[in-house]
Design a protein around this ligand. Structure first.
Ligand code: GLC
Ligand code: CA
Length: 563
């Protein structure tokens, strides 16, 4: 084998409990849309418990649950009213314990979502802040300011929220509070000691209940420098995000995670964490370092076009960053915030830039694509590429985060009726950005029947007719199905897994084709083009599409054991 190597210097023995996360496959559950046991149209913990056998059949190592906390659902639960309880519509703390026990019994670890940048406006602290008035210690936990202009009637700045519209909302006594997201999501002031202490309490609360890890929402926004005079929107956007930007990715945010790390490490095995931090590449390793959260999502594969060079660059970069941080790479193709990858890969690229940084731009474009017209979508090509990209992802060194429904090859539900939409990004754009509801439609479990087996009485977002043919029931046992492909891939991944390294097989990596080998002779070849490509010698273990004789067809990946 000729090889240019993208080596990971950090090698530790596999399968020690403390290292379980390094090459884990983590399956994201969006609880409201997974399985509804009591027939109220909303997924619940009982539903998850009832589907533990299914989760076990996939061969995953962990589940990550998006927020299940009490919430007014202004942002799908990312507006948390109580960080240490379960939404009564979703279940109880006892059911949570039962769910953890059922998952642990199958060797599936549990990761929960922590949302520290903002609470819900229904949180008792925000309600107390409203009641207590300007200058009070209650208000000091959030970011309240007087307005500008006559009578303070204008917001303190012209900043915009990430969901569209102003980032400040006025309260009846005339003050304004900051919300980087929806008005129902007031930002905490992380220089406040009570805020810091309360989150340590929350981390311990869940870790004590047996939670194995945490996914940290908007991890790069917690600390802010809001010294007067505040910059204008234009000034704010012009400031480089190099550690002293007033809002994003400030260096001192890592002091918080160093404190959290002490909590994580006080458990055995240490609790893990993964940062959702949309930051420039070179800024990511600090989030992923062992002194910090320990892992950070790599969204570069998710935002890359389905193209050989683009994928290779992302992989080389990410392995290099993992070498710097000492973490493992953390791959993602789909999640609850982006258009499902089967659909992204079936749509023409959108050329219009929509964000102020590269990563915002790419994320923003993916969101806008959610509303792309059906005629623009080549469903078969999208799914074919998605299956190929998934096998590519699952062969990479590091951990992989899968999103519920991708194992069914689900497409985005692009044509939800406007009146059914729930996502604030849709209402606040308004309507330009179709929002994220299309990847959050409740899962189809059965081919027919009420809400395709999701529950007994409908689903909180309407499911399209084609869901039946994509259901678990329709795919179970069909060797050609996407579900079977995921199960087989995850089974093989366990047996083939080895040290966190790969070598590019230059002889086969040319044009539209990428080929790499992992230690132990696990070879992965992906053909991003249209023309069939030659495969290296070896036993073909799995392919995302039937081979063309002994060649790999276009938009396909094969795994081989090198001979
Ligand atoms: C993260 C979540 C997203 C949420 C936002 C605000 O990006 O993934 O769903 O809307 O944070 O909490
Ligand atoms: Ca329910």
């Amino acid at each position: 084998m000729t090889a240019a190597s993208a080596a990971h210097p950090h090698e530790r023995p596999l399968d020690t409990p403390a290292d379980w996360w390094r090459q884990a496959t983590v399956y994201q559950i969006y609880p409201r849309s997974f399985a509804d046991a009591n027939g109220d149209g909303i997924g619940d913990l009982r539903g998850i418990i009832s589907r533990v056998p299914y989760l076990a059949s996939l061969g995953i190592d962990a589940v990550w649950l998006s927020p299940f906390y009490p919430s007014a659902l202004a942002d799908g639960g990312y507006d948390v009213a109580d960080y240490r309880d379960v939404d009564p519509r979703i279940g109880t703390l006892d059911e949570f314990d039962e769910m953890v026990a059922a998952l642990h019994a199958e060797d599936i670890r549990v990761v929960v979502d922590i949302v520290p940048n903002h609470s819900s406006d229904q949180h008792e602290w925000f309600q107390a802040a409203l009641a207590a008035g300007p200058g009070s210690p209650e208000r000091a936990r959030y970011i309240f300011r007087d307005g500008k202009g006559p009578g303070g009637g204008e917001p303190p700045t012209d900043w915009e929220s990430l969901f569209g519209g102003p980032a400040w909302t006025r309260v009846p006594d005339g003050q304004w509070y900051l919300h980087l997201f929806a008005p129902e999501q007031p930002d905490f002031d992380w220089s406040n000691h009570e805020v810091r202490a309360d989150f340590l309490h929350t981390l311990r609360f869940w870790a004590d209940r047996g939670v194995d890890g945490f996914r940290v929402d908007v991890a790069h926004a917690l600390t802010k420098d809001l010294t007067e005079p505040l910059p204008s929107k234009a000034q704010l956007e012009a400031i480089a995000r190099g550690g002293d930007h007033p809002i994003w990715d400030r260096d001192e945010v890592h002091e918080i995670y160093a404190e959290w790390r002490k909590v994580f490490d006080s458990y055995s095995p240490p609790r893990t964490a993964v940062a959702e931090a949309w930051v420039e590449r070179h800024r990511r390793p600090r989030y992923a370092s062992p002194e910090g959260l320990g892992q950070a999502f790599e969204f570069d594969l998710l935002t890359a076009e389905f193209e050989a060079q683009a994928f290779r660059e992302v992989v080389d970069d990410s392995l290099e960053l993992a070498g710097i941080s000492g973490s493992s790479s953390t791959w993602v193709l789909s999640n609850h915030d982006v258009v499902r990858h089967a659909t992204r890969y079936g749509l023409p690229p959108l050329d219009k830039p929509v964000g102020s940084t590269e990563s915002e731009d790419k994320q923003g474009r993916a969101w806008i694509l959610a509303g792309a017209p059906e005629e623009a979508l080549d469903r078969d090509l999208g799914l074919r590429r998605a299956r190929a990209a998934t096998l590519f992802e699952l062969a990479l060194p590091g951990s992989a985060y899968l999103y519920q429904g991708e194992e069914l090859g689900l497409h985005e539900v692009g044509d939800l009726p406007d009146e059914a939409r729930q996502d604030p990004t849709y209402f606040r754009s308004p309507g330009v950005d179709k929002g994220r509801d299309g990847c959050r439609v409740p899962l189809p479990w059965t081919t027919t029947g009420s809400s395709f087996g999701f529950g007994d009485d409908g689903a909180h977002l309407p499911q399209p007719e084609w869901f039946g043919a994509s259901s678990v029931e329709a795919q179970d046992g069909d060797p050609a199905s996407t579900l079977s492909l995921y199960r087989e891939a995850l089974r093989l991944r366990r047996s083939l897994q080895s040290a966190e390294r790969l070598e590019w097989l230059e002889e086969f990596t040319r044009g539209d084709v990428l080929a790499f080998a992992r230690p132990n002779g696990w070879v992965c070849v992906t053909n991003f083009g249209d023309e069939p490509a030659a495969l290296p010698d070896g036993e073909v273990l799995l392919s995302s599409a039937p081979l063309d004789g002994d060649r790999l067809p276009g938009a396909a990946t094969a795994w081989l054991r090198a001979s």
